[in-house]
Design a protein around this ligand. Structure first.
Ligand SMILES: [Zn+2]
Length: 113
């Protein structure tokens, strides 16, 4: 019965294929997890290199580090604009956001103005 044999073979192939898909999906998830771990370490390495750059030690990534410095400056500029909009300032001592009208920081008591 060639037809039945073909049917059995087809069923086996479908089962095999679906277990292959499950296995492949698991392996791809494992790959993603390992890649995430690598990216976390890359991130740590980059942060360490940037810390060194800020302390004046050029570890050969000064181009990227100066770009990060530029981006940080932009972030600070944007944060300052937000403070302006909210009529707020940052406490120079503890960094707490307080109203620009505040005389003493509610958090640490530092004189604001
Ligand atoms: Zn404060």
């Amino acid at each position: 019965m060639a037809f039945i044999d073909d049917l059995k073979k087809f069923g086996k192939n479908v089962a095999q294929k679906s277990s292959d898909v499950v296995e492949t999906t698991k392996l791809n998830m494992s790959i993603s997890q390992e890649k995430e771990k690598i990216n976390r370490l890359y991130n740590e390495m980059g942060a360490a290199v940037y810390e060194q750059y800020k302390m004046g030690n050029d570890l050969g990534m000064s181009e990227q580090c100066s770009q990060i410095a530029e981006f940080e400056a932009k972030i600070e500029e944007y944060q300052n604009k937000i403070l302006e909009i909210k009529n707020a300032v940052k406490c120079p001592q503890c960094g707490t956001e307080v109203s620009a009208e505040t005389v003493f920081c509610a958090q640490c008591g530092t004189k604001i103005k």
